[in-house]
Design a protein around this ligand. Sequence first.
Ligand SMILES: *[C@@H]1O[C@H](CO)[C@@H](O)[C@H](O)[C@H]1NC(C)=O
Ligand SMILES: *[C@@H]1O[C@H](CO)[C@@H](O)[C@H](O)[C@H]1NC(C)=O
Ligand SMILES: *[C@@H]1O[C@H](CO)[C@@H](O)[C@H](O)[C@H]1NC(C)=O
Ligand SMILES: *[C@@H]1O[C@H](CO)[C@@H](O)[C@H](O)[C@H]1NC(C)=O
Ligand SMILES: *[C@@H]1O[C@H](CO)[C@@H](O)[C@H](O)[C@H]1NC(C)=O
Length: 251
Amino acid sequence: MANSTFYCCTTILTMLIVTNAVRAQPATAPAPPGPLNVTAVLEKAGQFTTLIRLMKSSQVADQLNNQLNNSNSGVTLFAPTDNAFSSLPPGTLNSLTDQQKVALIQFHILPSVLSVVQFQTVSNPLRTQAGNANDGEYPLNVTTMGNQVNISTGVVNTTVSNTLYSDSQLAVYQVDKVLLPLDLFGPKAAPAPAPAPAKSKKKASAVAADGPSSTPKDTADASAAVSLSWSASRRREFAFIISLSFFWWNL
Ligand SMILES: *[C@@H]1O[C@H](CO)[C@@H](O)[C@H](O)[C@H]1NC(C)=O
Ligand SMILES: *[C@@H]1O[C@H](CO)[C@@H](O)[C@H](O)[C@H]1NC(C)=O
Ligand SMILES: *[C@@H]1O[C@H](CO)[C@@H](O)[C@H](O)[C@H]1NC(C)=O
Ligand SMILES: *[C@@H]1O[C@H](CO)[C@@H](O)[C@H](O)[C@H]1NC(C)=O
Ligand SMILES: *[C@@H]1O[C@H](CO)[C@@H](O)[C@H](O)[C@H]1NC(C)=O
């Protein structure tokens, strides 16, 4: 008798747990795999929050995702880590205009997908999406030895330290230094730091960048509300199970 009560109770409990798990899934499951998304690749890899922020505020992320969706030649991205950005001399990013920030990010992007092996046969200087690869502008050179790929911009030398993603459309390589182009950081350029106004300007551009994209926030609020109501109903079910158990135990 006590046994059958126990089994009955366990069965109900199991059913409730399973029901809950199935119902909870839409809230926690990741979005279905859509078109290739550079931001998602970087988010998944971690330690690229500065790059993601810059790509979003400069709209280069949207450009890139569009390009991936529409071009046949693909895209290669050199992704500097958060450490790479924080190792820059203080004020480096703030000294750049919004247009120069776009150029800096585009300098990290090649308008075709290159595997590590393909780097061995490309000819220098490589053309980046920042444009002109002429001396003194935006040249990017690579030298290879086996699987080692060194990059030189004329200002910075570094090495590809990791392949974050690679398929027929997109290659994303980790670099541990920000690739500074000659045009912005070469001896002639020497950008004068603009300390005070840079902050408010950055804030303004951040607001502008956030402006049109108020929908994601609304969606987040809505989904928060949904999960809140779920957790409330789950709490009620839990209370129900507890009182049910007490009821049976007392039989
Ligand atoms: C790409 O992924 C990011 C983060 O996962 C997301 O916010 C963005 O909406 C996605 N973009 C596209 C075009 O799917
Ligand atoms: C990709 O392109 C297709 C067709 O050209 C379009 O329907 C889709 O919305 C595009 N997706 C993104 C993320 O731009
Ligand atoms: C790459 O750079 C490292 C460090 O500067 C150097 O030791 C190595 O020989 C370089 N390799 C190539 C292929 O240029
Ligand atoms: C890149 O390579 C080209 C061709 O070898 C060379 O003329 C140029 O000086 C190099 N530039 C840098 C920045 O290494
Ligand atoms: C980068 O490497 C080249 C060739 O190895 C060297 O001549 C140059 O001085 C290096 N530049 C910097 C900024 O370290």
